[in-house]
Design a protein around this ligand. Structure first.
Ligand SMILES: [Zn+2]
Ligand SMILES: [Zn+2]
Length: 373
């Protein structure tokens, strides 16, 4: 009997998603089929639905998901770290498969910049061509050969992976690889969404002496504070001029000079001009949050020269960032209980879940495929 899977499909931009049923193909050589336990909804999905990113429809959305092995194709016997794979094993997978042949994959060794045929689950894999179920908002999903597949470490459950499903590896790339946080640094994180929260967590895990989260609304800052994420929390929604806000945030740093490292995770272009002013002379500024093109913004480049700033960009994440995310989860879970940040929805309530994300009613919405018989 053919196995079937429900999946949430984006057919038309700006229209509600449709729940469709697909036949699940048998996995081919080095491929796998996974049963999805949790699939996250992130800001990118809101932009995808609105047609703000150039993708082809129909597409099964869901670029962050976690679950267990339902079927293994011939040849796929171990995960990327050499652990043997069996049916039922809890696993996580990188949401993109770089081409492995272009200049950025082979020479620059930055697969997040791959210019070849980079496949991204839940974004650029159309639902009208094989294997059709290439997104995580589905009961089952087909993982193509070359997917970075990692067995979850002992003591880590799928529910532990999903709160920072794509925010965790995104933050690891920006905060730990493009930027270098030194032991004892003061770090400012602009933005208190999942990527901001994750960046603050990794800054703390790297030994930052002080992490200042500059974000909002107050409920998000309180949630972060309650979980021990960040040492100071500054609400950007307080009625204040830009100048006063910059001065107030800098006053929280040693000598009022600004932070050693400022990480932008706000996703608002104007945050960049403010962030540059919050860095100390000789410090680093990393732009992580501008994943979607929200247009231009005036900045004063004088500060970059005068302060000899190092400015980095960080685009998505590559397999090694993802693997580090999974490997370090046991240590993260010892310090931070992130289970409370998620709001769960059954698969057939995807439209409601996205509406709640759009309205900022939830910190992290996740779908629970297979949770309804
Ligand atoms: Zn995402
Ligand atoms: Zn490539």
């Amino acid at each position: 009997m053919t196995v079937q899977s429900r999946a949430v499909v984006l057919s038309e931009f700006d229209e509600p998603f449709e729940l469709t049923t697909f036949d699940v193909p048998e996995p081919g050589e080095n491929a796998a089929v996974v049963s999805v336990d949790y699939a996250g909804i992130c800001g990118t999905d809101v932009h995808l639905q609105a047609g703000r990113l150039p993708i082809n429809t129909p597409v099964v959305l869901g670029h962050e998901a976690v679950g267990n092995i339902a079927a293994l194709g011939p040849g796929l016997t171990h995960d990327v770290l050499g652990e043997p794979l069996s049916i039922g094993d809890a696993v996580a997978w990188q949401n993109s498969v770089a081409c492995g042949r272009c200049r950025y994959c082979l020479i620059e060794q930055q697969p997040s910049l791959c210019t070849g045929s980079r496949r991204i689950y839940g974004i650029n894999q159309p639902a009208d061509t094989f294997p059709r179920i290439s997104g995580g908002w589905a009961d089952q999903m087909y993982l193509q050969p070359g997917t970075t597949l990692v067995k979850l470490p002992e003591g880590v459950s799928p529910r532990d992976v999903i709160p920072l499903g794509c925010a965790g590896p995104t933050a690891i790339h920006g905060a730990l690889y493009e930027t270098k946080i030194a032991f004892g640094d003061t770090v400012i994180v602009q933005g208190s969404g999942p990527v901001g929260v994750a960046s603050a967590i990794y800054a703390q895990m790297s030994g930052a002496a002080k992490v200042i989260i500059v974000g909002g609304p107050a409920s998000r800052l309180e949630m972060a504070s309650g979980l021990g994420i960040g040492h100071e929390h500054f609400n950007v929604m307080d009625d204040m001029s830009t100048e006063d806000r910059i001065a107030a945030v800098k006053a929280l740093t040693s000598g009022g000079e600004g932070a050693d490292v400022v990480i932008e995770c706000a996703g608002i272009p104007s945050a960049v001009a403010e962030g540059i002013e919050m860095v100390r002379p000789g410090g680093q500024y990393c732009v992580v949050g501008q994943y979607t093109n929200h247009g231009e913004t005036p900045i004063n480049p004088h500060f970059i020269t005068k302060k000899q700033l190092t400015i980095q960009g960080s685009w998505g994440f590559a397999p090694h960032h993802f693997i580090r995310y999974i490997q370090t989860l046991p240590r993260l879970l010892e310090q931070f209980d992130l289970g409370s940040i998620i709001s769960e929805y059954p698969l057939d309530e995807a439209n409601q879940a996205v509406a709640d994300v759009k309205a900022g009613r939830v910190m992290k919405a996740v779908l629970r495929p297979g949770a309804v018989a």
